[in-house]
Design a protein around this ligand. Structure first.
Ligand code: SAM
Length: 286
């Protein structure tokens, strides 16, 4: 019978943040696959876990995944751990899980810390709807595309960032979302120098001009408010006459009735209002 892949969440800083179940499974597994065997040694020693450890990281994941799948097929149980938090969240866990599904191997997630959940819940920002973007892509074109998408995002936006790129990312986001947009910068969560700073983008940029970023960061950014979106929408239509606005929908294939409905919706007024104004505009033209 094939073994099972356990995704064991480990601390994001404070070594006490691990579940009893994760400690038991790490102790009972035949093999632990760790992102960085030296980093994980501290945790395993702390809990006196003597299970053999092998490395599984970004740079060997393609060859190594095959070896791990073979061992699972032979019946070994493998516990996957990463440097911090939940395997599969912005780390190489995802690919191995996909391969297990393709091979019919059972995958069990052993839940625990994840940096973005820790940051959002203590940020003081709305957490009913969040857009977790992890790290913004490095590829310039794709990055610009994602940032463009974030411009009108109304959910709370959550991003991971390294200290080396924090300042540049803040400037980029400030340009796109506006320097008055508010955010919480959570640093070194669960560690000795944990802090959560509340800023606007403008304030954050000024702050890091004199305070060099150090440690690990999560950005929790308020989404665009519904009022701001409505204001922007109104401004967009203000420059168009009604007939120009109608033409946009007529050109897309709507009939006159549908176009009036869409225009009314864009402008936040009733269909009757639009109808009356169109008649007025037509009469004025005569
Ligand atoms: N799998 C992890 C999780 O469950 O959150 C995330 C791994 S990702 C490679 C590492 C990033 O997570 C860091 O660059 C940082 O943005 C964030 N992170 C991890 N630990 C953190 C901490 N203690 N405080 C703030 N951010 C942290």
């Amino acid at each position: 019978m094939a073994g099972c892949l356990y995704l064991c969440a480990t601390p994001i800083g404070n070594l006490e943040d691990i579940t009893y179940r994760a400690v038991r499974i790490l102790g009972e597994a035949d093999l632990i696959a760790a992102e960085d065997t030296r980093t994980s040694r501290k945790l395993l020693d702390r809990y006196e876990i003597t299970t053999p450890v092998t490395s599984y990281h970004e740079h060997n994941k393609l060859e190594k995944a095959g070896t791990l799948i073979n061992k699972l097929q032979e019946g070994q149980n493998i516990a996957l751990i990463t440097d911090a938090g939940t395997p599969g969240i912005s780390d190489p866990g995802e690919e191995l899980v996909k391969m297990c599904f393709e091979e019919g191997i059972e995958v069990v997630s052993v839940p625990g810390p994840a940096a973005f959940v820790t940051a959002v819940t203590s940020s003081g920002r709305s957490n009913r709807r969040i857009a977790f973007e992890a790290f913004l892509p490095k590829d310039k074109k794709y990055r610009a595309h994602i940032i463009e998408e974030l411009r009108n995002e109304t959910r709370t936006i959550v991003l991971y960032e390294s200290p080396h790129h924090l300042k540049a990312t803040l400037k980029e986001l400030s340009n796109a979302l506006g320097e008055d947009r508010e955010l919480t910068i959570a640093r070194e969560l669960t560690k000795r120098y944990e802090e959560k700073l509340q800023f606007t983008f403008g304030e954050a940029i000024d702050y890091y001009d004199t305070n060099e970023p150090r440690g690990e960061y999560v950005l929790v950014i308020s989404g665009k408010s519904k009022e701001e979106l409505a204001r922007e929408n109104e401004a967009k239509w203000e420059n168009l006459s009604l007939s120009e606005h109608m033409k946009i929908y007529l050109d897309k294939g709507s009939d006159k009735k549908q176009a009036m409905k869409s225009v009314a919706k864009d402008r936040g007024v009733s269909k009757r209002d639009i109808y009356n104004k169109i008649i007025q505009e037509e009469n004025n033209e005569d």
